[in-house]
Design a protein around this ligand. Sequence first.
Ligand code: HEC
Length: 444
Amino acid sequence: MNFPSVDFPWFGNGTVIAAIAIIHVMISHGIAIGMTVLTVSAEYRAMKKKNNELNELAKKMAKWILIITTTMGAMTGVGIWFSTTVLQPDSIGSLLRIFFWAWVVEWIVFITEVVLLIIYYYTWDKCQTIAQRKKHINLGIALALFSWLTMAIITGVLAAKLTPGNWIETKSFWDAFMNPTYLPSLGFRMFLAVMLAITITSFFVRWRLKNKELQSEMLNVFAFWGAISLPGTIITGLWYLKSIPAETYDMIVWSTGMSDTMFQVINGVGLLLLIVFLFWITVKPKTLPWVLSLVVFATSLSFIGEFEMVRESIRKPYIIYDYMYANGLLAEKQDEINEEGYLVNAAWATYDTVDQYTTKAEAGRDIFIGQCLICHTENGWRSSRAMANRVDGWSEESIKTFIPTMHNVRKAMPPFMGTEEELEALAAYLAKITEQENEVAANE
Ligand code: HEC
C-alpha cells in the first residue's frame, strides 16, 4: 500500500487485469505477429505465382492488421499499463527499476513497428514491378521482425516474474532478462502466435471468401506455416514446462479450476482438433468444413485464455517469484512488518496504528485493501474469491486463527503480515462484512 488503491468491488481487480491482458495477447500475438508472417508469406506466393487475387487478399489482411493493432491492440496495450500500474503498482515499480531501459527500447521498437505497418499497407499498390514487389516484401519482413522484437523484449520482463533466477542475488539486468524461462517462453509464444493467426484467419477465409480456388491458395500458405508451428509450439511448450519451478508445475491444473482428467481431456481434444484441421487444409483445402474452422478458431482463442490464466496463476503467491508477493509485499520484509506493524509501513493507509481508527473493523478494511484486495473481493461474481462467501459461517475467532496459517493451508496465498492488533482488526472486518452480507440476504 505504497500507492492509492483502486477497487473493482464486484468484478475483482485480478479479473480486470486478466481480461485486458488476454485480449491484448490475442491481438499482439495472433494479429500483430502471427498474421504479419502469414500476410508477407501470402504476398510472396502471390508474386511467385503471379496471382493477383491472392495479392489482393494479402493486402486485405494487412489492412486488418493495421486497423486492429492500432485500435484494439493499442487500447489494450495501454490498458495493461492501466491495470498493472494502477491495480498492481508495487510490482510495476520493481519491474521498472530492473527493466527501465528495456521499456525505453520497447516503446521505440513499437513505434517503428507501427510506422512500418503504415508504410507497408499504404505502399502496397504503388509497387507493381517485380523489383518493387520484392522491396515491398522485404519491408514486410522488416515489419514482422519488429513486431517479433516487441515480444522478444516484453517476454524478458514477463518471464522474469516467474523465474527471476540469479537476479535475486545479483540484481543484474541481464540475469533478470536472460532468466531460465526466457528462451523457452519466447519460442513458445512465437510459434503459438503463428498457430493462432492461422486459426483466426482461416475462419474468416472460410466464412467470407466465395472463391474456392483462392481459399485453397491461401490455406496452402497456412498449411506450410502450420506444419512448422504446431510441432514448434509443442516442443517449446514442453521445454517451457521443464524450466518452471517444481512447485509451480503442480499449480497448473489447479489454476484452471478443472479436475486432472478434465484438463487432460479438454487440452487433448483441442490438440487433436488442431491436427485434424491442419491435415484438412493441407490435403483438401477447398472442402474445409466451416464448423471445423469455427471450432479451431474458438479452441485457439480459449487456449490463449487458458495459457495466460495459468501463467499468471502458477506464480502465486508471488508476483515476482521468491521476491515480491502478489499483494506487493516483499518476502524479505516479513519479520520487520510483523514487528513494526503493517499500517505504519503502508504509506496510503489512513492511520499508522489500529487504535487511531474509530473502529477495529475500519483499520481491518485498510489492511484488507493492502494485503488481500488483489485477489479477493468483498462479494461478487467469483464466489471462490469473495470474502463474504469464503468466511461465511466462520466466527471472528476462527477467522483470527485461520489468517496466520493461511499461506500453509492455501498455497496460493502469501502470509499475512502485521502485528497481533492488526490481525484482530482484519478478523473484525471480515466478520463484519459477512454479517452485513447475511443481513442483506435476510432482508431480500
Ligand atoms: C495471491 C492471491 C491471494 C491473496 C493476496 C490472498 N488470498 Fe485468500 N485466497 C486466495 C485463493 C486463490 C483462495 C482460494 C483457494 C482455494 O479455493 O483453493 C483463497 C482463499 C481464502 C480463504 C478461504 C480459505 C478456506 O479454507 O476456505 C480465506 C479466508 C482467505 N483467502 C483470506 C485471505 C485474506 C484475509 C487475505 C489477506 C490478508 C488473503 N486471503 C489474501 C488467494 C489470495
